[in-house]
Design a binder for this molecule. Sequence first.
Ligand code: URP
Ligand code: ZN
Ligand code: ZN
Ligand code: ZN
Length: 467
Amino acid sequence: MTRTRTAIRGGLVITAADELHADVLIEDGRIAALAAHGSDAAAWETERSLDATGKYVIPGGVDAHTHMDFPFGGTFSSDDFATGTKAAAWGGTTTIVDFAVQTKGHPLREGLDHWHAKADAQCSVDYAFHMILSDVNEGTLKEMDLLVEEGITSFKLFMAYPGVFYSDDGQILRAMQRTAANGGLIMMHAENGIAIDVLVEQALAAGRTDPRHHGEVRRALLEAEATHRAIQLARVAGSPLYVVHVSAEEAVAELSQARRLGLPVFGETCPQYLFLSTDNLAEPDFEGAKYVCSTPLRPREHQAALWRGLRTNDLQVVSTDHCPFCFSGQKELGRGDFSKIPNGMPGVEHRMDLLHQAVLEGHIGRRRWIEIACATPARMFGLYPKKGTIAPGADADVVIYDPHAEQTLSADTHHMNVDYSAYEGKRITGQVETVLSRGETVIDRRTYTGRAGHGQYVPRGTCQLLG
Ligand code: URP
Ligand code: ZN
Ligand code: ZN
Ligand code: ZN
């Protein structure tokens, strides 16, 4: 490796813990030092100096929930690892944790190998994997131990999607018991899928086939019920629990109650639940299909509880659940039957910007922005302090962020491989200017300078928020 020394000078360094008017020295792909403007930093001899005057210098984002090239509803999400990680870089995200999928009846190992084949040599930024368990049995339970040792330390289970990814309560309990012993973390898709399927069948039989009915049948109470049940099962197993894509106020209440009891229960929400609502699902001419994801978008009134949860730390992480499907040819599979609309929305490019907008709107503070988008996801999934902060020894995954730049989100200008934007026309103040990944410039003043294959696979440790 070349011993290139880079200094980022003049910016305001923001981490989850501090705001410092400091220069940052980068050497061999890592942060080497921080020093107050004009102090020791003046003497640094460097080959390269980046001017961050008037800008923020923040850790690269850690998006702990993406689905690149993900099979769902007879099709695949439209971003692969090449296009999706490039879009991530554009949006200031320098690490993704994607979900490798176990095919029912096949070993976890096979699913993992398959995910490496999709991702290796394709990524512009660093990547790690969780594992989706489609099939909890003696064999896969044993394999979980091996995976934890190798750096796949989290496992997603589904209480939704009977016949596809669904696990019953017995399977969930067994998997939780296993992670209680091996140090892994269960990530739960908490919706009562058995009850939802009854409501889906009844809605379709009554001719209620439009996208908005997707939101209506996936009742908030059925998210809350599943969240409650998952928490109780985790208590019985003595395991920690991470609930993904929390959208309902009633589910946040379940998490708050568990945390008041001191239980190791964590929650994630996503920008779509913070900024969009059932109003979008109700857009005419099948446009609502663009917003079909599960858990579903909720009535706008739920948003206050999500923001409150993020402020009180009853919710700890904002990830995107990036799972794009083109409107043309993919979302359209569900015309006349909302249950056939592939579930998922694009977002990997916009998380850092949308959350900066939330800072400007007074929902969260600046350090909390970095905490929920960088530091805590890194800690939650065993990547800290390599990822998620700016400190000596950390990977030099650094974003120079212009807090005053104005932009308008649009499918015409985004870099995700999808033919619509869920935020078309939304005005944002703040924009990623330059992005370094392990010291290499991947976005240079709004020009992509990265390459597929720069991104490295990162094996993870266990959750760093326990004990
Ligand atoms: O609708 C969604 N969220 N699609 C991706 C799969 C999942 O459940 O996270
Ligand atoms: Zn300064
Ligand atoms: Zn899910
Ligand atoms: Zn997901």
